[in-house]
Design a protein around this ligand. Structure first.
Ligand code: SF4
Ligand code: MSK
Length: 633
């Protein structure tokens, strides 16, 4: 691993994205503190935290177990650095899996209400997806109405959370590749129930329970698999049923999608159940008219982070930015309301909003911020609540100070909407052409780049540098989350970006008129990547670990990313992390994650902060896999 190079305070070190530096500068001059300033003030960050050797799991602590050349000391209870690091890692995975899966549960509740006829605010939009899920889960569809099929699917999926037997989760059994299932069974890590794995993770990490780093990490694998192949998978599948499976769609990205003479509403968070309704309400004739009555030309809804990805993928709503840009969107002075659901929403938004007229509207019972306006979203009253929120934004327009508005006049075109179904459609009805291109070496491999931004990394630099280097070497890049918005803002989601690709990938993209980087959705939609890998592996009758594929989270920061990385490794994928996870305080844990995992799972973690070096290593991994398959390199 190369040496960390944290962002310094100079403006030029903040971001590679046009418009971000100027706005950051503007915020600084106006005395508005942003994430980068707070990051600087935290320096130097706690070394114990960085190494993962601090434990607060009981009141005899906190204990800090400093690794020394003479071995390690232990916490008051005797826990070693290996135990503490592994326990902390397991807790991170459990929190990430909980966030994704609780998001899935919230969507399941809406779907159940639709199936029971208790809400008319939502409906089944994708009948083909409904039947596809039913078929995979073994739900009988013969002679049944869509609503009856949905009701039976709900019955199966409800059990994913709380069932008490040791049988595999239904979605895991239905969708995970056979070879993987056999391997996981042998290793004893097949997930049994989402809530049970998360609960057991907390139990195991309580004082005086599991002290064995290997056993703790094995449970981390089980918990992460419950997330990827069931929790996140469920969130994606049910969102597709309710809102439609994404198809190729055009839009634009970056802060310039905010419009000067319009009421600007930013939807931020992760769950599409609210944001889809906000867009619908904002686009209604009467709300647009109301905006005009208040002196605006209309209402403009834009996205932020993953709820932004959800509405982009299905409706083409333009994303204004990714994680580190949320405060800057408000600093344009042009946002009437930022509507948030949950995850990745900085509590600092309220403070930034106080400097402008912007209203921060929280909407979820489980996600409140002191100082924000809370309008509780109840899906039974979805239309009513969405209209109420849009009205709040419209009525706030007159409070905008026009002289303080400064929207960077910068946007990039993008093409998104690459669900597995959309990719299959583009390829003429199956993934076989992609497999053929991989086999003959026109495309050398597929790399999934996902995850967040992190002020430890120059904003979007690692995402974009890594992506450029991979496509240049004929590697097709797919991805989700804040990577997708970074790629969009850098012009890499335009079909014209094929000019930056190697000759093979370029030719394919030009023929199909697609970008060399495919936007597959939000964080939970990493499940789409799992399905893509599963299809490729099954078509070849090999394991995912045999495929010339890899994953990367070059700028990750959230616990969800730890869960995602772990379920990719457990699914047989080589996963690069551009920010070191807090595990380096234990040689044993580091070696399980970065070496031993490969022997057991066929995938492993690789930590490297320099994206150029990471790209080289990923390309080597792809080349080795191709050699092993007997494919040309
Ligand atoms: Fe310290 Fe052990 Fe308590 Fe952790 S569980 S705080 S190591 S005594
Ligand atoms: S929003 S989890 S910062 S990708 Fe999904 Fe972005 Fe990471 Fe949140």
């Amino acid at each position: 691993m190369s040496n960390p190079s944290p962002v310094k305070s100079g403006t030029e070190d903040v971001s590679i994205i046009e418009g971000v530096r100027d706005l950051y500068e503007k915020a600084k001059k106006s005395g508005i503190e942003t994430v980068w300033d707070r990051f600087q003030r935290q320096q130097p960050q706690c070394k114990m935290g960085i190494l993962g050797v601090c434990c607060r799991n009981c009141a005899m602590g906190p204990c800090r177990v400093i690794p020394t050349s003479h071995g390690t000391r232990a916490g008051v209870c005797g826990a070693t650095a290996d135990t503490i690091v592994a326990r902390n890692l397991l807790r991170m995975i459990a929190a990430g899996a909980a966030a994704h899966s609780d998001h899935a549960r919230d969507i399941l509740f809406v779907v159940r209400a639709v199936a029971e006829g208790k809400t008319h605010a939502y409906e089944i939009r994708d009948r083909a997806k409904l039947r596809w899920i039913a078929e995979r889960l073994g739900v009988d569809t013969e002679g049944k109405s869509d609503t009856e099929i949905l009701r039976d699917i709900v019955r199966v999926l409800e059990r994913e959370f709380g069932k008490q037997d040791d049988e595999p989760l239904a979605l895991v059994k239905a969708l995970a590749p056979r070879k993987r299932m056999e391997l996981w069974s042998k290793l004893g890590v097949v997930p049994r129930s989402i809530d049970r794995e998360i609960c057991e993770a907390l139990h195991r990490t309580h004082i005086g329970v599991d002290a064995d780093p290997f056993s703790l990490i094995a449970h981390g694998v089980r918990t992460a698999l419950a997330d990827g192949w069931s929790g996140s998978m469920m969130a994606t599948l049910l969102s597709d049923v309710l809102f439609g499976t994404p198809r190729v769609i055009r839009s634009r990205a970056n802060l310039g999608v905010l419009k000067e003479d319009y009421v600007n509403i930013v939807v931020h968070g992760h769950n599409p159940v609210l944001s889809m309704k906000i867009v619908e309400a904002a686009m209604s004739d009467d709300m647009q008219k109301l905006a005009q009555e208040h002196g605006a030309r209309g209402i403009n809804v834009v996205g932020m982070c993953c709820t932004g990805n959800e509405v982009l993928m299905r409706l083409g709503v333009p994303p204004a930015g990714n994680f580190l840009m949320q405060e800057l969107a408000i600093a344009t002075g042009a946002v009437e309301a930022m509507i948030v659901d949950y995850q990745c929403v900085m509590p600092s938004l309220v403070k930034v909003a106080e400097c402008y007229h912007t209203k921060i509207v929280t909407t979820e019972k489980k996600m409140k911020i002191p100082g924000a306006l809370h309008v509780e979203f109840e899906f039974e009253r979805a239309d009513e609540v969405a209209r109420e929120i849009v009205r709040i934004a419209v009525e706030n327009y007159s409070r905008r100070s026009k002289v303080r508005v400064s929207i960077p006049n910068i946007t990039s075109e993008l093409v998104a909407g690459f669900s597995v179904e959309a990719i299959v459609e583009i390829l003429g009805g199956s993934l076989k052409p992609l497999l053929d291109l991989l086999r003959e070496g026109t495309i050398k491999g597929v790399v999934a780049i996902v995850g967040c931004n992190n002020p430890k990394v120059k904003h979007c630099n690692s995402h974009v540098t890594l992506t450029r280097k991979l496509i240049k070497n004929d590697v097709l890049v797919v991805g989700t989350g804040c990577w997708a918005i970074a790629a969009a803002m850098s012009g890499l989601l335009r079909p014209e970006a094929a000019r930056e690709a190697g000759p093979g990938l370029r030719q394919v993209c030009e023929e199909l008129k697609i970008p060399p980087c495919l936007h597959m959705g939000s964080c939970v939609d990493c499940s789409r990547i799992l399905l893509l890998l599963r299809e490729l592996a099954e078509m070849m009758n090999v394991d995912i670990s045999d495929l010339p594929v890899a994953g990367s989270a070059p700028e990750w920061m959230s616990e969800k990313a730890v869960s995602i990385g772990t379920y990719f490794v457990a699914s047989g994928v080589f996963v690069h992390l551009g920010v070191a996870p807090p595990v380096l305080g234990s040689q044993a844990v580091t070696s399980i994650l970065t070496e031993e995992a490969e022997k057991l799972l066929g995938g492993r973690f690789y930590i490297e902060e320099n994206p150029e070096i990471a790209a080289e290593v990923i390309l080597q991994v792809i080349e080795e896999k191709r050699k092993r398959l007997g494919w040309p390199t």
